[in-house]
Design a protein around this ligand. Structure first.
Ligand SMILES: C[S@@+](CC[C@H](N)C(=O)[O-])C[C@H]1O[C@@H](n2cnc3c(N)ncnc32)[C@H](O)[C@@H]1O
Length: 372
């Protein structure tokens, strides 16, 4: 249900999902724990935000001094440019500001900057934020926001789901550090997987129990089980943080059993009692249906669920490819239509022969152990 919600959101181009303060705090704490100076003297850009109520802006403004930030910049996207309108009303804060402009309030994006103790109360915090209207609408692809990106050291946000690929390309071309939210299934995209494979991007610390909750002005449109009327939040299960900043969890090896022990004692009925792990028909790899069923003593190629990336420790495993792509050297067979009428579908997946028939599997990450 939650997955189809995200697909629906994408179809309807509803990008209005707002990140919760505790989720931001939990994620950012992981980078600070690993390196307390990770943000020291850095300029952070929070694009695709809405600084007046964004928890990203609130969190970094409140912690400006503690993190030793040099500058915080936060920008919003103009209401008139949004595809899914939220029934915009300027806040009292905006209306009461001397720079308030009726003609600009829905047409222009806004920029908030925090750099110094403007109020003179002896600390730098949210009250010291200075704001003005942007020249344009705040589109991250505009020259104006590209200029801010280039001036920054670290980019942090939950970008619009519908423009995730474009947003990631925009960040990667800047060669900046980043922490962004996206759908884990994006890892099979041709723009994304090479970054994961070449250790240029990895999964962040993660949402609590893998569930991400967002507020949205359209929450009530979601089905029960996805929308919680008590909290007013919608739940997505496949959402994760993508980053190129190091954190401790990714250096913790996954505790694993040997292949023999898995076959004897695994908690998964799909493994326990089998004679051996299934072998792919079109890949030179064994099928491992669960991350905790990866055999610790197998030193050839293994095809593991995408959710493995959440536990991936680069000292323990090497990433070799993904079964959704056609260009990896571990693919050993291409099917023809003479063999199977659905050859095209089969060629786009890893395939296992079950009772003499080909079964196309979910996307799998191909990995190999680095040490015993
Ligand atoms: C997923 S929401 C996240 C908002 C905020 N960063 C947060 O996490 O609470 C993405 C925001 O990006 C805005 N947006 C959509 N297209 C955009 C674009 N081309 N440039 C900048 N922002 C955009 C949406 O209107 C939406 O408010």
């Amino acid at each position: 249900m939650a997955n189809s919600t995200l697909a629906d959101a994408k179809n309807a181009k509803n990008d209005e999902f707002y990140t919760q303060y505790p989720d931001i705090e939990k994620e950012i704490s992981a980078y600070l724990e690993y390196n307390p100076d990770v943000f020291r003297n850095r300029t952070i850009l929070l694009p695709c935000d809405d600084p007046e109520w964004s928890n990203f802006t609130k969190y970094f403004a409140q912690n400006f001094g503690r993190f030793g930030l040099k500058k915080l910049i936060s920008t919003s996207y103009a209401e008139d440019s949004k595809i899914y309108k939220c029934g915009y009303q300027p806040t009292i804060f905006e209306e009461c500001s001397p720079q308030y402009d009726k003609r600009k309030t829905t047409k222009n994006g806004k920029i908030y900057i925090l750099m110094y103790d403007r109020t003179g109360d002896g600390k730098i915090d949210i009250n010291d934020l200075d704001w003005h209207y942007l020249e344009g609408d705040g589109d991250f692809r505009s020259d104006e926001i590209i200029g801010l990106r280039d001036e920054s050291d670290i980019i942090i946000t939950n970008p619009p789901f519908s423009l995730f690929r474009e947003f990631l390309t925009w960040i990667i071309e800047s060669e900046k550090k980043f922490v962004i939210i996206g759908n884990i299934n994006a890892i099979t995209y041709k723009e994304v997987f090479p970054l994961i494979m070449n250790d240029k991007m990895w999964l962040g610390n993660g949402f609590h129990a893998g569930n991400a909750y967002f507020s949205t002005p359209f929450a009530k449109e979601y089905a029960e089980g996805v929308y919680n009327p008590e909290t007013g939040l919608v739940k997505f299960r496949n959402v994760c943080w993508f980053t190129n900043i190091d954190h401790g969890r990714r250096h913790k090896p996954i505790p694993l059993m040997t292949m023999a022990d898995n076959l004897k004692y695994s908690k998964h009925k799909e493994i326990k009692g089998k004679e051996s792990y299934d072998y792919y028909d079109n890949y030179d790899a064994i099928e491992v249906p669960f991350t905790d069923a990866i055999p610790s003593d197998y030193d050839r190629v293994m095809a593991v669920p995408i959710s493995f990336l959440d536990k991936y420790c680069p000292e323990q495993f090497e990433i070799l490819g993904v079964t959704q792509r056609n260009d990896d050297p571990y693919k050993i067979k291409q099917y023809t239509k003479d063999e199977y009428s659905n050859a095209n579908d089969l060629n786009a997946r890893g395939v296992i022969i079950v009772d003499g028939k080909p079964k196309a599997m979910y996307a799998r990450v191909l990995i190999k152990k680095k040490y015993l």
